[in-house]
Design a protein around this ligand. Structure first.
Ligand code: SF4
Ligand code: FES
Length: 254
């Protein structure tokens, strides 16, 4: 038996198909044959789609871009868990070796009020952009590129900001939250800027504007389920939510 034959898997996929926002949607069943353990989840779907196209059928629509875990585009709930439940792993970095021959896999889009379904597994995550546009930036003039050590940032602060900056804006936090809250995302952005000298100047207006946008976009409130941290492919810590809350309290006095 060749290496390929001995390792290849056949899987049964239950995939959410929905032609648009006003369609009810339903699961359709597909067989994925000759799946290599070395394929990524998206490569496995690519092959399924090639077969669908060859058969004259509508391929499964799904979002993706970098396929290396940095862009935050891939948004699939696999067996009930956003990104499939492997530690710090996006859908594009999920490998088929984590499944077994004969497995049945359920594949759904992000489900959150603020993320309307576009088609099949594709949702509209523009609400996350709206939150960033509300304050996830520094507007004050920072001048030209300064010398590396002209603005001193202690190592622990730099590390804290970098940990927050790891958020790739995928939206899995909202998709995993029973309240559909994007608090983890918003808190990472608020915390990252609030601790750095360049971001401090606008910290109060930023946290007010971003939490206001969060509400307006239809995201729910955080009630400490911590599902977000468990689903986050970048390991964003819920301590940033506590930081957002502290920044919000402080902003009320400014
Ligand atoms: S906090 Fe994590 S789950 Fe939420 S958008 Fe950022 S990377 Fe994705
Ligand atoms: S496709 Fe970019 S993070 Fe998955």
């Amino acid at each position: 038996m060749s290496h390929h034959e001995s390792n290849s898997m056949t899987l049964t996929l239950h995939v959410w198909r929905q032609s648009g926002l006003n369609d009810k949607g339903k699961f359709d069943v597909y067989e994925a044959k000759d799946v290599s353990p070395d394929q990524s989840f998206l490569e496995m779907l690519d092959v399924v789609n090639e077969e669908l196209i060859k058969a004259g059928k509508d391929p499964i629509a799904f979002d993706h871009d970098c396929r290396e875990g940095i862009c935050g585009m891939c948004s699939q709930v696999i067996n009930g868990v956003p990104h499939g439940g492997q530690d710090r792993t996006t859908v594009c970095q999920l490998h088929m070796r984590t499944f077994k021959n004969g497995d049945t896999i359920f594949i759904e889009p992000w489900r959150a009020t603020a993320f309307p379904i576009v088609k099949d597994l594709v949702v509209d995550r523009a609400a996350l952009d709206t939150i960033i546009q509300a304050g996830g930036y520094t507007a004050c003039h920072t001048g030209g590129v300064a010398d590396g050590n002209a603005i001193l940032v202690p190592k622990d602060i730099a590390d804290y900001a970098m940990d927050a900056a790891e958020c790739i804006g995928c939206g899995a936090c909202a998709a995993s939250c029973p309240n559909g809250s994007a608090m983890l995302f918003t808190s990472a952005k608020v915390a990252q800027l609030a601790v750095l000298p360049q971001g401090k100047a606008e910290a109060a207006t930023r946290v007010k504007a971003m939490t206001e946008a969060l509400k307006e976009c239809g995201f729910g409130n955080c009630s400490n389920h911590y599902e977000c941290e468990a689903a986050c492919p970048k390991g964003i810590n819920v301590k940033f939510i506590a930081k957002l809350n502290r920044e919000f309290q402080k902003s009320l006095f400014e």
